[in-house]
Design a protein around this ligand. Structure first.
Ligand code: PAF
Length: 282
């Protein structure tokens, strides 16, 4: 496995792989790898492509009072896990390599970025779309892999690819969970044992909501209220949002007719966790 911090080297290596007839797959990450990231690699490997993983904690997607400085980092561990998973090349740039000027052009998200996480993190998705667009231009992959835990991010990236005509297929990969149901996230390391235990209510409430819907409940606002009640009743978590949204447009769902996305964000102490469930086949 190769590791490079330089855009010019990455381009050179990828050019050589293209000459050999290889397709290129990109797995963008901020590192501190867990099984969720490795599931993206596994999916990328299936196509036989040359797999590039980017590891870059992107300052642009963190708000001024967020956890950019303390975001967990461990490149030696990441490199070992990536190599074991079959990654061919890691791109691990510094901030100066990615953002050499403060006079930065950015990629602005459309309306998909205005709701859910975009409400409490107003600059977040512009940071994501900017860095992902840069990674797409640097690596020029045939396919790029995104986890569905960040469902809104996945939809936004799909929209950017369509709007800006990137010739890239965006491949969604299902959420990976611990055996007790907690969705994997690099931020889970911030949780105290008590908070981690309490956070199990997130998946529990999503599962319960799925059941309520399958048993015939159709009111979006009633389900939102019942989920909130469960979270408040079984944890000290502070709810940022619990919302039922259309899985493609992210429009609010008042009356469930077809597939619906249940998305939530809850703070445990200073750690904000997100989770979601797509309810289909009604
Ligand atoms: O999902 C993430 O880890 C990040 O938002 C991404 C896509 C790597 C962009 O920094």
């Amino acid at each position: 496995m190769l590791i490079s911090t330089k855009i010019s080297e990455i381009r050179e290596i990828i050019r050589e792989e293209r000459k050999k007839g290889k397709e290129i797959a990109l797995v963008p990450t901020m590192g501190y790898l867990h099984e969720g990231h490795l599931a993206l690699v596994k999916e990328a490997k299936k196509s036989g492509a040359f797999v590039v993983m980017s590891i870059f904690v992107n300052p642009l997607q963190f708000g001024p009072n967020e956890d950019f400085d303390r975001y967990p980092r461990n490149i030696e561990r990441d490199a070992r896990l990536a190599e074991e998973a079959g990654v061919n090349l890691i791109f691990n740039p510094g901030v100066e390599e990615m953002y050499p000027t403060t006079n930065l052009s950015t990629v602005a998200v459309g309306k998909l970025g205005d709701c859910l996480c975009g409400t409490s993190r107003p600059t977040h998705f512009n940071g994501v779309t900017t860095v992902v667009s840069k990674l797409f231009n640097i690596v020029q992959p045939d396919r790029a892999y995104f986890g569905q835990k960040d469902y809104q991010q996945y939809l936004i990236i799909k929209q950017v690819v369509k709007d800006l005509n990137f010739p890239i297929e965006i491949v969604p990969v299902p959420i990976v969970r611990e055996s007790d149901g907690l969705a994997l996230s690099s931020r889970n390391v911030y949780l105290s044992p008590e908070q981690r235990q309490e956070a199990l209510v997130l998946q529990k409430s999503l599962k319960a909501a799925d059941e309520w819907i399958r048993q015939g409940e159709r009111s979006g606002s009633l389900i939102e209220e019942k989920i909130k009640e469960m979270i408040r009743g079984e944890s000290s978590g502070e709810i940022d949002y619990v919302e039922l949204r259309h899985p493609e447009t992210l429009d609010r769902v008042e009356m469930i007719e077809d597939s619906v996305l249940i998305a939530l964000a809850v703070r445990f102490g200073s750690t904000r966790l997100i989770d979601n469930k797509l309810v289909e086949g009604l």
